[in-house]
Design a binder for this molecule. Structure first.
Ligand code: SF4
Length: 434
């Protein structure tokens, strides 16, 4: 049978879709190039914000007609909406056949013939020991899940309810996966988890980084996401001392107001956060720091918002994902008083984005003329010859031409030094240094 996967949401879902594809292929299924060609349509969904949920249901509605044309078509709703809504998905969309939570994706290849309206959303205590056959989209870079779930219960976040309690994969299994990826030619791995800083099996996260750093063939190591409360001095030393661990950290601040951080149940104050930034920058002066900010959290005053703007200026992030607060079912924040009008939220969001844009522009402009190491991720044929697409160690996107006076074509997976010749907000341009 042919399957088609549509993915909504974060890196975790993108990687889960690679696993779902691997699971389907191991069950003898093949991938379809468009929904209309599929016998099984799989939606890997996200419910982190209300908008993401609406986007999915409107897409689902648009594809309903495919089922009319092909009554044999099976529709699977997987991912976070599946876990959050469970059987309620069938009430909203009776033409859906199966609802499968993130801990149960292994059942997807066996669903045909079961049903109708089958739900698999139970806790899976074996998830950390399950080895998934993964159908990876990229041959240069790879995601590696090191842990599942989250125990932090930030008051706005639905993840602990959709992805379950935090559980770490055994280090030996992770390192075997990295070894296999290295043998397949992968150059960069990104360790993935809701809060990788609290990874703990028989070893902790800095020790895992150290062991991964020793694997031949892997040239770069990244990780996402970090919770500021668990960013230890030992981890900062590991980032600083291990040559393959890249100088970039995504460290969600969420708010510059300690009062709001308390309402968010983030378990750090703004001062705690700032101290960690200072430690990071004293160990790694050129580290890039990116963050997440929530605009208009319930009860956020004008003064709280001003504190966030001051924090953004004081820290000078390299980049940011900023969103309006969106109430999510079951979360503590949805029950808080003082929900703000969308208009106020939007105004605050624009102010946040405006300040960050100025900072990003200034920071990127300073890179003009600098030398950067890039990992070439793709080579695309342009009008004036092949164009290299890659990233710096600090995770900035770079586009540059192959050197004109060389016959050697630089392939994806190569690491080259470039000089930055032009900068923009979201990318740099450069020339390869000979
Ligand atoms: S750390 Fe907080 S924001 Fe991140 S996944 Fe866990 S509960 Fe959600």
């Amino acid at each position: 049978m042919k399957y088609y996967i549509e993915t909504f949401g974060c890196q975790m879902n993108v990687h889960d879709s690679e696993k779902i594809s691997g699971i389907m292929k191991s069950g003898g299924h093949t991938s379809a190039s468009a929904p209309a060609e599929a016998d099984i349509l799989i939606f890997n969904t996200c419910c982190i914000r209300e908008k993401a949920e609406q986007k999915f249901f409107s897409r689902l509605g648009r594809l309903k007609s495919l089922k009319k044309r092909n009554p044999g078509l099976k529709i699977v709703v997987a991912g976070c909406i599946a876990q959050q809504e469970k059987g309620a998905v069938f009430q909203r969309a009776p033409y859906v056949d199966y609802v499968v939570g993130p801990q149960n994706i292994h059942v997807i290849k066996e669903l045909d013939g079961i049903g109708p309206h089958y739900t698999a959303c139970e806790d899976n205590p074996l998830i950390a020991d399950t080895e998934y056959q993964t159908d990876r989209a990229d041959s240069v870079k790879a995601w590696v899940t090191i842990m599942y779930g989250c125990d932090n219960y930030c008051s706005y976040c639905v993840v602990p309810y959709t992805r379950g309690r935090e559980i770490s994969r055994p280090a030996v299994k992770i390192l075997e996966e990295v070894e296999r990826l290295a043998q397949d030619g992968v150059k960069e791995i990104t360790f993935l988890g809701q809060n990788v800083n609290s990874y703990m099996s028989d070893i902790n996260f800095p020790a895992l980084l150290k062991k991964a750093n020793e694997i031949d063939g892997i040239r770069r190591i990244r990780f996402v996401t970090s919770h500021p409360k668990d960013l230890s001095n030992e981890l900062i030393r590991a980032i600083s001392n291990l040559d393959k661990v890249c100088e970039h950290i995504h460290l969600p601040l969420q708010s510059g107001s300690s009062r709001v951080l308390r309402l968010m149940n983030r378990k750090y104050t703004y001062d705690d956060y700032l101290k960690k930034i200072k430690l990071l920058r004293s160990a790694l002066p050129d580290i890039a720091i990116t963050t997440d900010i929530i605009a208009g959290f319930p009860g956020e005053t004008g003064e709280d918002h001003a504190a966030t703007l001051r924090a953004i200026e004081e820290i000078g992030f390299d980049g940011m994902f900023a969103f309006k607060y969106s109430p999510r079912p079951e979360t503590a924040a949805s029950r808080l008083e003082g929900h703000l009008d969308e208009e106020v939220q939007s105004e605050r969001l624009y102010e946040i984005i405006d300040i960050q844009n100025l900072i990003t522009d200034t920071k990127n402009r300073r890179l003009k003329g600098s030398s950067q190491e890039i990992l070439v991720e793709a080579v695309i044929e342009g009008r004036e010859g092949p164009i290299l697409h890659g990233r710096t160690r600090t995770n900035k996107i770079v586009v540059c031409h192959q050197p004109a006076d060389t016959d050697r074509l630089i392939p994806p997976g190569d690491i080259v030094d470039i000089t930055v010749t032009k900068t923009a907000r979201h990318s740099l341009a450069g020339i390869v240094r000979q």
